[in-house]
Design a protein around this ligand. Structure first.
Ligand SMILES: Cc1cc2nc3c(=O)[nH]c(=O)nc-3n(C[C@H](O)[C@H](O)[C@H](O)COP(=O)(O)OP(=O)(O)OC[C@H]3O[C@@H](n4cnc5c(N)ncnc54)[C@H](O)[C@@H]3O)c2cc1C
Length: 349
């Protein structure tokens, strides 16, 4: 792992500092810079990094390859006063068509290592609800994943090593860092059931290890969605099972998903959270909105809880359709839907 020196930070600040593009591009283009930070791209469209396939450019896009690189990027961005945001696989974001005037830190292949670990490798032993240490970890299997690892890769890797309990996540197209922030879940299981620790850069710049009971995991939310924080690495604990059975169960769930969801069109999955006592898709359908479009954004005809890009949608189309759905459902059912999609760079997020 590379150690980031003060002179590295100085060079990075030179890249991030607003100034003549030619000067900035000259630093970005050097082999040195690429070696330290991976590729830094200026005004890079985020469209291809979003499963909705919409959105404008990032002022600078970085794909760090380690915790140190990420910390250095954040320190440099803070020291020159440019905002930063983190994305994973872009399966729950819609970036505005104008783009985001920020450093976008994307956790992807360069930061996606997954490994099986022993209890001794864990940052600590998690206590139970009353604060007592869990006495017996025998029989459990432990895995560590870097934030950019895809949930499907972690689930398959774990299944092959006999780790059972992550089958629910095999078809969720997010990174594990994004999944912790969202407490992603499906088929009556969620990240909270398998997580034990996460290493996080807090908004104050400190790196801390959180136990699962400190992560405030709720329905599609976490302390990181409420209070900020960038998830760097994740530790999960799984029961021991039979690899063939685990993989079979995963493909059954994936088949169920394919039968009920419009996976042939770009989307962010469910556009709205499930309101207590209702299903968002049913409310939207009852409001007569199934198939309704604004521009290229459409309420899926296969599953009314999904907004899809039926071709040529802009981010604004998705945003406007989402607002229209909320208004119409509220008028008809007196229920206010809460978006699950994270809208980035919009005036009224
Ligand atoms: C076809 C389809 C099906 C889906 N099915 C499900 C489902 O069954 N269940 C479910 O829960 N979700 C589902 N989703 C939504 C999505 O996959 C999840 O929310 C996923 O966890 C998002 O991960 P991501 O890496 O793509 O995050 P992104 O979309 O990149 O980011 C989402 C949010 O998390 C933040 N973020 C990303 N990485 C980090 C990090 N390392 N640290 C802190 N914050 C971070 C971003 O800033 C953003 O606010 C589905 C999406 C699609 C397209």
């Amino acid at each position: 792992m590379s150690v980031i020196s003060d002179s590295d930070i100085g060079r990075l600040r030179a890249i991030l500092r607003p100034g003549p593009d030619t000067q900035r591009d000259a630093v970005i283009g050097t082999e040195d810079a690429k070696e330290s930070w991976g590729e830094l791209r200026v005004d890079e469209s985020l469209q291809r990094f979003s499963t909705m396939r919409v959105g404008g450019p990032a002022r600078i896009l970085a794909e760090p390859g380690s915790e140190e690189e990420t910390i250095a990027l954040i320190r440099a961005a803070e020291s020159v006063g440019i905002p930063y945001i983190t994305i994973g696989n872009g399966s729950n974001i819609v970036v505005s068509d104008r783009g985001v005037d920020a450093l976008v830190i994307r956790f992807a292949e360069r930061f996606s290592d997954v490994s099986e670990v022993t209890p001794e490798d864990l940052p600590g032993i998690p206590p139970d609800q009353d604060g007592n240490p869990i006495p017996d970890l025998s029989g459990l299997l432990f895995f560590r994943a870097e934030a950019g690892a895809l949930l499907s890769s972690v689930a398959v890797r774990a299944a092959k090593a006999a780790g059972a309990g992550m089958e629910f996540a095999g078809g969720i197209p997010g990174s594990i860092g994004g999944a912790v922030r969202m407490n992603a879940g499906a088929y009556c299981s969620e990240m909270a059931d398998i997580l034990i620790f996460a290493r996080v850069i807090d908004p104050d710049g400190e790196v801390r290890d959180y136990r699962v009971d400190q992560m405030e995991l709720g329905y599609r939310e976490s302390r990181f969605s409420k209070k900020g924080g960038i998830v760097l690495s994740v530790w999960i604990a799984l029961k021991r099972g039979d690899p063939r059975e685990i993989l079979m169960r995963m493909s059954e769930l994936n088949a169920k998903r394919a039968a009920s969801q419009p996976l042939n069109l770009p989307s962010c999955g469910s556009a709205f959270k499930r309101p207590p006592g209702h299903f968002a898709g049913a409310l939207i359908e009852q409001a007569g909105l199934k198939g309704f479009s604004i521009g290229g954004a459409q309420v899926s005809v296969k599953h009314a809880g999904f907004i899809v890009n039926k071709g040529g949608a802009t981010a604004q189309d998705i945003y406007d359709l989402s607002k229209y759905i909320i208004r119409t459902v509220r008028e008809q059912s007196k229920v206010t839907l809460d978006p699950e999609i994270c809208f980035l760079g919009f005036k009224h997020e």
